[in-house]
Ligand binder design. Structure first.
Ligand SMILES: Nc1ncnc2c1ncn2[C@@H]1O[C@H](COP(=O)(O)OP(=O)(O)O)[C@@H](O)[C@H]1O
Ligand SMILES: [Mg+2]
Length: 243
């Protein structure tokens, strides 16, 4: 195995709070890696630095064999690193289909200039079918349910044909049927070679889907390994009990 993503010494302070503290870990090619930890342990802040939405105070990342000097969301997206947000970010005024076309990368001008290529249109239609969103294709994204918006956001980030997908709490607040749907789609894309790094609170889902599991506490990893090992680690138990 080789590392697709290496995180080295990332640090971020907000005033007096050190949200991420000299944090290092790697995500091996071909894994579904979980990043878990108590609320406020720095998971989202780490995602934000890795994907270029937030500038690190120090530390850096390597992605797909290259040092990423100044992480930039759009450039990383094109290089094959895409992500979802804890609060799904989609274009509410665009239709479901238009959201997918825009996400295929090169977006706005093509969409409004009606120069959407046949290939992008076909690929949007394939994704609509794969995610069973066909019946919703012409609805405004704003009119979808919360769970459907999360599913659309997930479908949209796959339009870039990513190598690595970071999911921030993909199942938070969604119903059990939608949790199964999300799991099925992660497994299907994983089987096609996509690597995942997932922040997830549903421990049953983490235990059956992810390997390895990395545990953050106060901004840095305190454990990582097979789900069962991590679950049995006293440091992890203490972190979750708020010791
Ligand atoms: N923009 C911000 N400004 C100030 N503090 C922040 C900001 N974002 C996160 N924090 C703080 O950083 C810590 C880590 O937050 P976060 O990364 O959201 O944790 P997690 O995703 O693990 O719940 C928390 O103490 C949080 O309050
Ligand atoms: Mg978070």
């Amino acid at each position: 195995m080789s590392a697709l993503l290496e995180v080295a010494g990332l640090t971020k302070r907000f005033g007096g709070v050190t949200a991420v503290n000299d944090c290092s870990f790697s995500v091996e090619q071909g894994t579904i890696t979980a990043l878990i930890g108590p609320n406020g342990s720095g998971k989202t802040t780490a995602f934000n630095m890795i994907t270029g939405y937030l500038k690190a105070d120090s530390g850096g990342i390597r992605f797909d064999g290259h040092d990423v000097r100044k992480p930039d969301p759009a450039r990383l997206y094109r290089a094959g690193l895409s992500r979802t947000f804890q609060q799904a970010r989609i274009f509410p005024e665009l239709s479901v289909r238009e959201n997918l076309v825009v996400a295929s990368g090169f977006g706005w001008a093509d969409l409004f200039g009606r120069r959407v290529s046949g290939r992008d249109r076909a690929s949007a239609n394939e994704t609509l079918d794969e995610f069973r969103l066909g019946a919703l294709a012409d609805l405004r994204a704003a009119d979808l349910s919360y769970g459907q918006r999360k599913l659309l956001e997930f479908a949209a980030v796959l339009m870039s044909k990513p190598k690595l997908v970071l999911l921030d709490e993909p199942t938070a607040g969604v119903n059990p049927v939608m949790i199964d749907t999300m799991e099925r789609h992660v497994r299907a894309r994983h089987a096609e070679g996509v690597t995942f790094l997932i922040v997830e609170h549903d421990m049953q889902l983490v235990m059956r889907l992810c390997d390895p599991v990395i545990v953050l506490d106060r901004g840095a990893p305190i454990a990582s390994g097979k789900p069962a090992e991590v679950q049995a680690n006293p440091l992890v138990v203490d972190a979750y009990l708020g010791a």
